[in-house]
Design a protein around this ligand. Structure first.
Ligand SMILES: [Fe+2]
Ligand SMILES: [Fe+2]
Length: 370
């Protein structure tokens, strides 16, 4: 499968991954063949990119959070956030239940790694972002050996880390990349607003409120609102900052398609020691696929392979299909090998997007001929 920008979608392409709306409904199901009406609808909903099948590795990719739980959590969170916007109260018990549901999947699927970035519509941004930041943070906490109590605290604070945004003019939030000084000042007020909201709830600890307060602070003291530094920032907030930045980099914006998980990780690693705690980046990185399903690899045998399965256990030597031989000819049908079992075969490198595109086109042409 491959992630395609909305402008490059064509009738006849087949959806490879169900697109879920914020209320938990499926906007388009996997295996739906796109037509002009569907593409127009996606555009109206502000969906910037989708996964479509490409004939190379169109297999079910295991997910850390099952689509059932994701849909159910999205639906409840959506209602709760809308309710908060109107009545200014949050049902903290139902928020805790959502965190427990997410945590159960994270623990059950502890060997699953992150392969795909989710696709979302522009209006679902806050909701999907909150959910992802909670999941990425809890995954990181789990890798750092956190117990259940700490994971729930971390999950709750990160799920609500941007709650202060609800009190800010939506126009300022939508234009966050192009704000003037005074507007930027307003936007930068959201951590403190969030902190003031959360600390009024007796059923949550002060640490939960501080996640909202400190998630834009930076390791070197260059963040906001209080320019705290490495020693002063709460550990939970350091994790939240990484998860928050990662989700922002992988998300589509009105001006660019989101980065792949791997490229986003490279960006974060470059900011280790300045913006983020490098040890925590590595704890987070252990959850991201080095070779995600669908990526193409060049092997020492001269073959080109596509990754078909990778978990935390075999992330450096995944299961692959050999798709091109040494001469660059397509292998028909592709031949499966488990790199864990073939010590003589090693990965030289991951092919670039351009190289992958050339092979995808070759593959698509051949399928049309058959
Ligand atoms: Fe924020
Ligand atoms: Fe955020």
């Amino acid at each position: 499968m491959q992630r395609i920008a909305i402008d490059d979608l064509e009738s006849g392409m087949v959806i490879a991954r169900t697109i879920i709306a914020s209320d938990g409904r499926a906007l388009l199901n996997e295996n739906t063949r796109l037509n002009d009406t569907f593409i127009h609808r996606l555009r109206l909903l502000g969906v910037m990119s989708v996964y479509v099948k490409d004939g190379l590795a169109d297999i079910e990719v295991p997910e850390i959070i099952s689509s059932r739980v994701r849909a159910s959590v999205s639906a409840t969170l959506n209602t709760s956030l809308k309710n908060f916007a109107l009545k200014k109260t949050l049902d903290m018990e139902s928020m805790k239940k959502l965190v427990s549901m997410l945590l159960e999947d994270i623990i059950t699927n502890r060997n699953v790694i992150l392969h795909l970035e989710d696709v979302r519509s522009y209006d679902d941004q806050l909701l999907m972002h909150s959910l992802n930041v909670a999941v990425f943070s809890m995954m990181t906490g789990f890798s750092m050996g956190y117990n259940e109590g700490k994971l729930v605290e971390l999950g709750l604070g990160t799920l609500l880390h941007d709650i202060g945004m609800i009190m800010i003019d939506p126009d300022i939030i939508h234009r966050r990349d192009q704000l003037g000084n005074s507007e930027s000042e307003i936007f930068r007020g959201h951590p403190e607003i969030g902190f003031n909201i959360l600390r009024t709830y007796r059923e949550v600890s002060t640490k939960v409120a501080h996640i909202a307060y400190q998630h834009h602070e930076r390791f070197d003291g260059s963040g906001y609102p209080r320019q705290l530094n490495r020693k002063q920032i709460l550990e939970y907030a350091k994790i939240a900052a990484i998860a928050d930045a990662f989700d922002n980099v992988i998300s589509d914006t009105s001006s660019r398609q989101g980065y792949s998980a791997n490229d986003a990780l490279t960006v974060l690693r470059k900011l280790g020691n300045t913006y983020f705690d490098p040890e925590m980046i590595e704890a987070f990185a252990s959850n991201v696929a080095i070779y995600p399903v669908g990526c193409l690899l060049s092997l020492n045998t001269g073959h080109i392979a596509v990754v078909t399965s990778a978990t935390k256990i075999n992330s450096t030597r995944p299961m692959v299909y050999l798709i091109c031989d040494k001469e660059g000819q397509l292998i028909k049908p592709p031949y499966a090998i488990d790199l864990q079992q073939c010590n003589e075969v090693s990965i030289i490198r991951r092919l670039s997007n351009q190289e992958t595109e050339v092979i995808r086109t070759k593959f698509a042409c051949q399928q049309k001929l058959n």
